[in-house]
Design a protein around this ligand. Sequence first.
Ligand SMILES: Cc1ncc(COP(=O)(O)O)c(C=O)c1O
Length: 324
Amino acid sequence: MAAAEVGDDVYGDDPTVNALEARVAQLLGHEAGLFTPSGSLANQLAVRLLVGPGQELVCDEQAHVVRAELGAAATFSGITTRTWPSERGRVDVGRVAELIRPDAGPYLVSTAAIAVEDTHNFGGGTVQSLQAFRDLRALADQHDLRLHLDGARLWNAHAVTGVPLSVYGPLFDTVSVCFSKGLGAPVGSMLVSSAERIAAARVWRKRYGGGMRQVGILAAACDYALDHHLDDLAADHVRAKALGVALHEINPAVVDPEHVETNIVVVDLTPTSWSGADYTAAARDGGVLVQTLGATTVRLVTHRDLDDEATGTAAGVLADLLRT
Ligand SMILES: Cc1ncc(COP(=O)(O)O)c(C=O)c1O
């Protein structure tokens, strides 16, 4: 990062950012990329390009874009959202087909785009099937709808399926990816799409206050993460599975290890006397940071700063709490 060659990225002349944008666009089989400070901004730029004011974006009820981006699509872009019921975030093309209303006329809101997530965060790191994506593309084409992939953790899906990123990418009109999650960069996300859309996104990024100046120092970290950290994601998945197994052994109803597909474990505390918030607080007291997801659910995430020994320690603390 310290050695990164920098320029003013608002004018598009930071060579390190430009190189990263070209690299990631190519990786994902798209024409161009745009570096953003966050995954939320990359998603929101995408949906505003794909959906007009007063039109709707459809996604699953647990999607990050609808649950955890603070109503940005409505606030900034005048977009409404409708959702289909989600089972661990798994894409169900039949449900999407039932929900969409393209060209709804003068009475109902017309659907303009569909957004899906891979892996699925609140669904528990769920990996989507390539066939579901292909079917979704066919459905979208049939109805002239656009498709966005929130691929904040697409790297993790790729680590599991082995499907090349260049096969996933072109199935979608826009794809967002994050370097700041399992890949371990401190900051940074990217939106990829056609050159025309990315040029428009560049204008909106600046308008939203997301144009950064000598930001090659951050792009260098993302570049490093792509070079050195992709291959480590599989180890995070093994450790997450170990956490899931450890908790399952104490109480089989709180987590099904089969549902731990990547680096995320969603623990359902309903069969215990714990609330999500109390369990999170008790885990913190024991030196383990977890996230409260709901009244009786918490999320555990493994990452590259957690080795086997630390995973074992965390499993011990979290399992002991379930015994109380
Ligand atoms: C699936 C998904 N998409 C988008 C984001 C947003 O990323 P950021 O926190 O960089 O805005 C997250 C963050 O956790 C996420 O899990």
